[in-house]
Design a protein around this ligand. Structure first.
Ligand SMILES: C[S@@+](CC[C@H](N)C(=O)[O-])C[C@H]1O[C@@H](n2cnc3c(N)ncnc32)[C@H](O)[C@@H]1O
Length: 200
C-alpha cells in the first residue's frame, strides 16, 4: 500500500473548505468518493475537515466511500490506528479532538464519529464502473498520473457521470485537466485543480 499521511495536501483541503462545503450543506445526503485512498489518512483528513466545518448534526449525513485498487486495507483500517509519523501534520487542536492514544506505543486511533463516516472498499478505476451516482464530491489525488492519457480521460468522464449536477471534482495541484474532457467541467478556481459539473 502506498505511503501517505494525514493532512498531506492542505492546499486541496483549503480549497474544499473555501469553495465546496457551503454548497454541500444544502444537500440532504453528502455522498463523497475518495478514489485511490491508500490506507486511509486522506479520507479521514477530509472527514475531519467536514466535521469541523459542518458541525455534528450535518456531518451525520456525510458518507465518504474510500476505494483503492489495493484492497488490502487490513488491521490499520479496521482499527483506525496509525503510527505517529503519519499524524505529524495534523494541527495540534485537531489531533487532541479527533485522535486518542492507542495501546501500542507511539500510535494514535482515529475517533469513532470520524471512522463511522468512512467506508472502505476495493475498486479499480480502470473498470470505469462508478461506485455510485449522485455524488457531491470526488477526490482523486496522485492516482491518475499512473494511467495513460486516454485511460485518464475515460476515468474523468466516468467521474463526471457519477457526480450530481453541481458536484465537485478535486485532483492534485500538478494534475492538469486533459483538453478532451475540459468542456465537461467548470473550473472553480485558478489556484488549484478543483472543478464543478454543470448544474444541469
Ligand atoms: C500515491 S497513492 C495516493 C494516495 C492518496 N490519494 C494521496 O494522495 O495521499 C496512489 C494510490 O492509488 C492507488 N491506485 C493505483 N492505480 C489505481 C487504480 N487503477 N484504481 C484505484 N486505485 C489505484 C494505489 O494503490 C495507491 O494507493
Amino acid at each position: 500500500m502506498a505511503f501517505t499521511f494525514f493532512f498531506r495536501d492542505r492546499e486541496t483541503l483549503g480549497l474544499i473548505e473555501e469553495h465546496v462545503i457551503a454548497r454541500l450543506r444544502g444537500r440532504r445526503y453528502m455522498d463523497i468518493w475518495d478514489a485511490g485512498c491508500a490506507h486511509g489518512p486522506e479520507p479521514y483528513s477530509l472527514a475531519i475537515l467536514l466535521r469541523e466545518n459542518m458541525g455534528e448534526f450535518l456531518f451525520r449525513n456525510v458518507r465518504i466511500y474510500a476505494t483503492d485498487i489495493n484492497g488490502n486495507f487490513g488491521e490499520t483500517i479496521r482499527r483506525g490506528t496509525y503510527p505517529d509519523e503519519q499524524v505529524r501534520r495534523v494541527p495540534a487542536d485537531l489531533l487532541r479532538r479527533y485522535f486518542v492514544a492507542a495501546d501500542e506505543p507511539r500510535h494514535f486511533v482515529v475517533a469513532e464519529p470520524i471512522r463511522r463516516a468512512v467506508h472502505f472498499s476495493e475498486h479499480d478505476l480502470t473498470s470505469l464502473e462508478p461506485i455510485r451516482d449522485g455524488l457531491a464530491l470526488i477526490l482523486c489525488k496522485n492516482v491518475l498520473l499512473h494511467l495513460a492519457e486516454s485511460q485518464r480521460c475515460d476515468v474523468i468522464k466516468m467521474f463526471h457521470d457519477a457526480l450530481a449536477p453541481g458536484g465537485f471534482l478535486a485532483m492534485e495541484q500538478t494534475q492538469e485537466m486533459p483538453e478532451e474532457v475540459e468542456p465537461l467541467f467548470v473550473r472553480v478556481t485558478n489556484r488549484g485543480q478543483l472543478f464543478r459539473r454543470e448544474e444541469r
